[in-house]
Design a protein around this ligand. Sequence first.
Ligand code: MN
Length: 441
Amino acid sequence: MITDSFPGVDATHDSTLQSWVLGANAPKTDFPIQNLPFGRFLGDDGTPCMCTAIGDDVLDLESVSKLGLLTGHAAEVLQVGTGGRLDRLMNQPRESLRALRVALSSMLDQRAGPSHSVQRCLRPQAVTKMLVPVAPSNFSDFFTSIHHASNSARISARLPLLHANFHYLPVAYHGRASSVVVSGTQLQRPYVQYLPHQDAAPIYGPTSRLDFECELGALVGQGTEIGDRLTLEQARHRVFGLTLLNDWSARDTQRWESTPLGPFLAKSFMTTLSPWIVTMEALAPFRTAAVARHADNRPLPHLDDEENQAWGGIDVQLSILMRTQRMREADTPPRCISRPNFKDQYWTVFQMLTHQTSNGCSVLPGDLLGTGTISGADETELGCLLELTEGGKRWVHVGAEKRHWLENGDEVILHARCEKPGYRSIGFGTCEGTVVAAERS
Ligand code: MN
């Protein structure tokens, strides 16, 4: 085992582990036995069922529980989440979640050999209808990329490029939980109010500046009570895992409505998640240092500790792909337009959760904290069209076509993978959505 690794690395991350579910051993799969993310699918009786992904299959964890295929503490932990209540499973202590991971890893381990009963709990992902992994009670969207923050201000001609608060707290607004949907849901172009030109009167109609934002969503595990203030150390135990998140945005109304209180309808019409939550346990090998801070930009003590600086970052390589209507009709595959990395975010997910509770605000299991657009320093690492097109001033090329903003028929696809020498690569699945025309008023 490599020794320069995060202390959470254990035998479940051993790169030589293989599964008797053969698809899990394919080099390019997102779901080797080292991943074991959680999600929910629509069961045959029409109710949500929790599951994990292994290779090209899902393992129905409700059936695993019902058939008594796990024993001891892991069986008790799994039982808590049955009935599609992944939020209840997420509310379990870290040690219990680790015990469940170890038990699932052993069950699927090649050395255990295929069990007829476990095989009966597998179904191909291709024919499984996935649901949003958790229906969050609350959704906050943060603004944690220093590159996205300064690029957005420059493009919108706002000064200063970074407000004084940026170095002191992870800026956020309260998002809308009711419109969080699973990958594959079509996005109907929203009606919004906006100024067609500077100095013109506002109009109400389909947005003309539709954008995506490539983000990750951090899901809260164990909840808190009103008045609880999480330390960074406590927050490290309470982030359950990460999912892909597309924060669809209408830039015309965002500009018009955001003064002086921030975004409202520019973002609340829809937010898309990938079906899988990759757990913090699975991400352990890919933990890395947080972005280095200048001595005069240290956060206040409650948002700063050595472990956050040493291991608060997570090396997640994201890819943003697009496919237009014409490309789909010609059977042309999606084209990658940008590749940001999550390790470049200025604030960590643990600082986000600590900040969220720092006034005593409670969080519930399954609450969603969006990281904000993930952008790096390079122009090949920008996380939204606003940045990629400089606010509509230059083109983004998608195959033979070009775009300032999203057009009807455009499909936006987010992928992410973690890779590190000596470890098995894991992926996040897909977060995709296609834009369709607004309904006529
Ligand atoms: Mn956002």
